[in-house]
Ligand binder design. Structure first.
Ligand SMILES: C[S@@+](CC[C@H](N)C(=O)[O-])C[C@H]1O[C@@H](n2cnc3c(N)ncnc32)[C@H](O)[C@@H]1O
Length: 220
């Protein structure tokens, strides 16, 4: 794809609005990823979003909006990240492209979705990306950040993925409107919500926030 491609231009404008500086190679990887989703969506039914422009805003830019908050959280550390219920790889693939120093695992119960992630990792030469075919409840490796997008309630997300969180690790859930009710529930179950961060996604007129959580001290 060339720099004249209107889709690539929109991506570059979105990156600028997010103040996210990526190399040309990374921009090409994002474009190639978009192409792979479009190609395999017909066979694998990876996402209900079908129009490339909509995929760009609803999927790519929406996922790109969390890169800066995660980098702030990382403070230079090479994070081990688990994306739970990753589907077509959102946000996991985007994180692996933007931060090659992080190790990103995408887990999904659907075999063809995990296989798609493996295919993306091979096609884009992303050695820091893995697709895992499993229920998250069966995993037990320790990750610094366990994240999810459009996955489950905060209570189910944290309960099902609790064994995957490193002792000092944090959960990060991508949500729409501030989920006050879900927060009240999860806080009754040994989870501390330490930050709720509003996000602005370029080209998307919708509420977006990140809910940051950790295990309450004294609980294992
Ligand atoms: C609504 S999709 C969201 C996909 C992607 N995160 C996105 O934002 O487009 C939820 C995904 O979670 C997966 N899933 C549901 N329960 C799961 C579990 N217990 N462990 C791992 N994945 C699960 C489903 O197969 C599905 O692909």
């Amino acid at each position: 794809m060339s720099g004249d491609d209107p889709l690539e231009q929109r991506l570059r404008a979105g990156l600028e609005a997010l103040a996210l500086h990526l190399s040309d190679a990374q921009v090409q990887q994002l474009m190639a990823y978009l192409g792979l989703i479009q190609k395999w969506n017909r066979v694998y039914n990876l996402t209900a979003v079908r129009q490339p422009q909509e995929m760009l805003t609803h999927h790519l830019l929406d996922s790109l909006a969390i890169v800066a908050p995660l980098r702030r959280h990382a403070r230079g550390r090479a994070l081990r990240v688990l994306d739970v219920g990753s589907g077509a790889g959102l946000p996991g693939v985007v994180l692996a492209i933007c931060s090659p120093e992080w190790a990103v695992d995408c887990v999904d119960t659907v075999a063809k979705k995990a296989a798609f992630i493996q295919q993306v990792a091979a096609a884009l030469k992303l050695r820091n990306l893995r697709g895992l075919h499993a229920r998250v409840e069966t995993l037990a490796s320790a990750y610094d950040v366990v994240c999810s997008r459009a996955f489950a309630t905060l209570a189910d997300f944290t309960a099902w993925s609790g064994r995957c969180l490193a002792a000092e690790g944090a959960w990060m859930a991508m949500k729409g409107k501030h989920p006050a009710d879900e927060i009240a529930v999860v806080e009754r179950h040994g989870v501390d919500v330490f930050h709720v961060e509003q996000l602005q996604v370029p080209g998307l007129e919708a509420d977006r926030c990140l809910v940051w959580m950790k295990k309450r001290e004294g609980l294992t």
